[in-house]
Design a protein around this ligand. Sequence first.
Ligand code: FAD
Length: 621
Amino acid sequence: MTYDVIVVGGGHAGIEAALASARMGQNTLLISILAEQVGATSCNPAVGGLAKGHLVRELDALGGEMGLLTDEAGIQFRILNITKGPAVRGSRAQIDMDRYRVIARNKILTTPNMSLIQETVNALIIEEGVVVGVRTHLLNEYRAKKVILTTGTFLNGVVHIGEITQEAGRFGEFPAKGLTDSLREAGLNVGRLKTGTCPRVDSSSIDFSVMEIQDGDELPNPFSFRTDRAEFARTKKQLPCYIAYTNEETHSLIEGNFHRAPLFTGQIEGVGPRYCPSIEDKINRFRDKERHHLFIEPQTAENTECYINGMSTSLPPDVQRAMIHSVHGMENAKIVRYGYAIEYDYVDPTELKHTLETKKVKNLYCAGQLNGTTGYEEAAAQGMMAGINAALSLQGKEPLILRRDEAYIGVLIDDLVTKGTKEPYRMFTSRAEYRLLLREETADLRLGKYGHALGLIDDAQMERIETKRSQITEGLKLLEETVYTPNKEFLAFLASIDEEHITDKLTGIQLVSRKSFELDKLVKLIPSFAELDPYIQEQILIEAKYARYVEKQSDDIERMNKMLHIAIPEGFDFRSVSGLSNEIVDKLYKFNPPTLQAASQISGITPAALDILHIYIKMAG
Ligand code: FAD
């Protein structure tokens, strides 16, 4: 059986990789251990969040599936950080995890050029440094021109709950064995990481009446640019989450059982996610904290089972029960599934090119948690890019490599393949140098053109994107060109909208960029804006407020792009450059890059190192 592309693993990375490849016309096979677990959310029933929401929006702008799946399966939508600057706001949705799986699987099964088979891949077939297929536990051999691995937490997975350990890819699911050996035999550097999840509780045993309620946004925003916003806001049914707290009793219980925590007994060797610590880790590290938040999140629309977000743990079952019962509102709670930790193999991402193809094995791509990341969104973003680049390569076309200044996806992949990671990597807005340019709401404006060129975004959507762009541009132009004079009439108008008066002439842009100038004042200032969708009005206001900063970031990018074209003189003495680490100097000698652009592609060469190099090259010239 021969295919163009084989994707191994039907998680969030695998779904996007397979759909992108099939939609780009490649005959694609998705192999996954359990067909009904395609699209399973291993951890919390939620998509998005700070910086992760950006990834989903970008994925959607390219024609990916996660945003659409979330809009359909979502049961609560919120914009986080709404009081902070728009660049760091993030969309987050609670999802019905059962529904999510069903619609993801249906999408796979109904997409042309796609086949799904339930099997476990246990070896790669590599001939003379080129992958040509895979072998499965049923002794089937599938041949393909490209193979994309998206195996998540399954490679040699071992689950820990207290003293109990079990080989598993997720609790209750077979691990994937054998594949790591293939990767090692091919010379790839493989490491071990760890992550963990929280207990799930029978909702009918929780007393929600004593907890704080956390509702979704009054007007929910969809994730996908392709979802009708007005219709969505009007029809989407939402469920609340609840907030509870740990207390002194919970903490002393946990502390009293540190000696049984696999995290501290040496039973777990893999490094865990720093920013998603287990509750035992939190109690250990922040001993003086009186309480920790717990978010009680429904797992499905029926709300029969809740995910106790904030209580990730691998403590033994008896301790987990006592911990849960110590929380106000959960005194009689019944655990349905215990929390656990999992250790698994990952591929050192510096083994990969920016296309996510491995450097050592031609036509083999890796994406998702396998590359050392954590999170559905990080996984999906990589899967999409691996799928796109595998298809582009088969079509003999240039790869799509998103730059750091045009997408969080670019930041994610660049960080991974140039710096590598020793702990589960998650996205943060702080990782992006140009975050003002990378707002969630500009993802379609930034990336839609790529999705359209790839055939993943249709003409009608592209037209909507261009209309949005021109409405915003026109709106900004109007604000730029309108000059307000501090005459009596205008000062009276400012007073009527509760805005500070002006003493000098101001352009509309200068006026609306004041902190106090909010959306409701915009239409009063420029009545013709009333004809625009409120969403477009908001985008105009945000762009106007950030115009100065955006311009500065654009200048920085231009400067950086010019800098990257600078040649490094032959025989350049890298040792004479103070401020470069020995590791960087060694790498520069090893690879001897001809330009700063080439230097920037070497793993571990940071933007700061490039800046210093640039200065020294200029001095030498
Ligand atoms: P997965 O979603 O793991 O999917 C992998 C898929 O590949 C599965 O369908 C599997 O069956 C299939 N597969 C694997 N090997 C083979 C094979 N050899 N042959 C065929 N099919 C195969 N993320 C967070 O952001 N925060 C957290 O706190 C967090 N905690 C987690 C806790 C646990 C216990 C687990 C298991 C995951 C946790 N995650 C967390 C991670 C999150 O689930 C992943 O980041 C995300 O699901 C990764 O997506 P993926 O597509 O790379 O892999």
